[in-house]
Design a protein. Structure first.
Lengths: 169, 203, 200
């Protein structure tokens, strides 16, 4: 039993209402890469306290004995995993598989995915937000930074899409 | 009509409402003027200068002082920790950063009671319930906190506490107001509501 | 008056509960829209599937319109809602790097997580790469902090720069989005690739 994907406009309204709820309940927008950052910080802190306390970057997350995972962003991230799973479950889309173009090998896809992850989250940390945090939530509060970031992401993605065409089509 | 067309029409209508509707809802008073007046005349809406002196000398962060005088007067001297919101600009500005900081009471003051009283009626009428005024204004502040001296032979504990807090506030007042303008600007700026202090974002 | 978390006496743990509930809704909406499929997402850049722009702009506009109406009725205090700051260099450079990451990886962090939750192995590798990227950023932070913090203009709103009221700008944005939706549907027919869309 496999359900079709939801109508994009209806899904957009649903997503918009979730974003509105975030603004109303917590006074902030949605985010994704932030949660990943907190996971890394927490891992590093647990594996090597010395390194964490010596670094300018990590130490600020451990002041006063704080736990990095006890934060809005990583908890929201766990929520995303839960919500996606529920949606996949009710729509019959739960399946272990590698999604790729038939023109490339699985290995190539996995390597590219890994590299893409590195690039994207690195860029997101620099720009202080990813497509959900800076672009989507930024647009919803009319933030100039949000619009600029979104234009940069989509503009350059079109350019890279042309360059890396053979991997997708 | 397909979904795209339906959604487009609905959004365009809503957007049109937002664009052309006079969104000055927040400028209509929320209560009847008579009720507002009696509310403001009650003592519970006012703080004495001594109470304000205590807030100032203890650096109470649950209180935000709002100075209603003109900016030139504010620059000459003001109660430490206050922000400037000239009375003539009261209805032109977005009042929320001044009057509605979460968890903070806003205490309005001017030279006397007139401007502060009017401003308080307007503020409460517009829905900013956490607003009060300093009774007697700066005139009373100078008379009581800055210039009063204890006369008499013995001092009770309560009077002692009162005079101590007046002394502290007096010292702070003189210190901050004698800072060179550049430092004062920095001190004042640090007291202004900073939207960057909000929690949010993806980092 | 919202935001609820800014009310006096609000317990901190409740905000975390909100985070989980909101995240669940986020993940659910993303997966329902089909964003758990990298071929659907990248279709935006090859023309055969324009779901991304439809969902993206509809969501942003619904939240934008909704928040303004809530503010009008005194239910939400917009000055207490976070507005991200404008760091010119960081936004542009970071945006370009993210664009590369999008095409290489096929996901953005939010969609990648929703894909991971339904069992996509490539999304797993993407997430591992994401963790690595965050780690790299943390380790190279002293070298890059200059770029990250350069040219800050603060939490400036776009309608202020253009000298428009929020309502008017919203209306113009809706107009632009409606045009984009129309063009997107034409593009989908023109650049159609049924061999891919059949599998999605």
């Amino acid at each position: 039993m496999k359900r079709n994907y939801m109508n994009p406009y209806v899904a957009g309204v649903m997503l918009g209402l979730v974003l509105l709820l975030a603004m109303y309940l917590s006074g902030r927008g949605l985010a994704a890469s932030g949660g990943i950052k907190y996971c890394v910080v927490s891992l590093v802190g647990n594996l090597s306290e010395k390194h964490a306390s010596q670094s300018v970057y990590y130490s600020k997350y451990f002041e006063d004995g704080q736990k990095p995972l006890k934060n809005w962003l990583p908890i929201e991230m766990f929520g995303i995993l839960a919500g996606g799973f529920i949606s996949g479950a009710v729509s019959g889309r739960l399946k272990f598989r590698i999604e790729k173009s038939p023109k490339i090998s699985s290995t190539r896809r996995l390597v590219l995915a890994f590299l893409g992850g590195i690039c994207f989250v690195y860029g997101a940390q620099l720009a202080r937000g990813c497509t959900s945090g800076a672009a989507l939530s930024g647009m919803a509060v009319l933030s100039l930074g949000g619009f600029v970031t979104m234009a940069a992401i989509f503009g350059s993605a079109y350019l890279f899409a042309f360059i890396f065409k053979r991997n997708w089509i | 009509m397909n979904t795209r067309q339906t959604i487009s029409v609905i959004l365009l209508l809503l957007g049109g409402l937002l664009a052309f509707m006079p969104l000055s809802g927040r400028y209509s008073l929320h209560e009847k003027p008579g009720h507002l007046l009696s509310e403001v005349l009650e003592e519970s809406t006012g703080f004495t200068v001594d109470q304000v002196a205590r807030f100032v000398s203890t650096g109470d962060s649950t209180v935000q002082l709002v100075d209603l005088r003109l900016s030139e007067e504010f620059a000459k001297f003001n109660i430490p920790g206050s922000v400037n919101l000239p009375y003539d600009e009261f209805l032109e500005k977005d009042l929320t950063p001044y009057l509605s900081q979460p968890g903070k009471k806003s205490i309005l003051y001017s030279n006397g009671d007139t401007d502060a009283g009017y401003a308080l009626v307007l503020a409460r009428g517009l829905g900013y319930k956490n607003c009060y005024m300093m009774q007697g204004g700066l005139n009373s502040w100078f008379e009581t906190v800055m210039n009063s001296e204890f006369t008499g032979e013995k001092i009770s504990a309560k009077e002692n506490a009162l005079f101590e807090s007046r002394m502290k506030a007096r010292r702070l007042f003189n210190e901050v107001n004698s800072m060179p303008d550049s430092l004062k600007q920095k001190y004042i700026a640090s007291k202004r509501f900073d939207p960057r202090k909000l929690d949010g974002g993806c980092e | 008056m919202g935001p609820i978390s800014s009310l006096p006496g609000f317990p901190a743990w409740l905000d975390l509960l909100f985070a989980f509930v909101i995240g669940t809704g986020f993940g659910f909406a993303l997966e329902q829209a089909g964003f758990s499929s990298c071929r659907k997402l990248t279709g935006m850049f090859y023309g055969y599937d324009t779901t991304v722009i439809k969902v993206f702009f509809t969501a942003a506009i619904v939240a934008l319109v909704g928040s303004q109406f809530l503010a009008y009725f005194g239910l939400l205090d917009l000055s207490l809602v976070f507005v991200n700051e404008y760091y010119i260099n960081a936004a542009l450079i970071g945006g370009v790097i993210m664009g590369a990451g999008f095409i290489l990886g096929g996901y953005c962090p939010g969609t990648g997580l929703s894909a991971l939750s339904i069992g996509k192995i490539d999304a797993l590798f993407y997430a591992l790469g994401g963790l690595t990227g965050a780690f790299l950023f943390a380790e190279t932070y002293p070298a890059i902090v200059g770029i990250a913090n350069a040219a800050s203009r603060g939490p400036v709103r776009i309608n202020e720069i253009l000298g428009l009221s929020p309502g008017v700008f919203t209306f113009l944005l809706i107009g632009a989005a409606v045009c984009m939706f129309w063009i997107a549907e034409i593009a989908e027919r023109k650049f159609a690739r049924p061999e891919i869309t059949r599998e999605l």
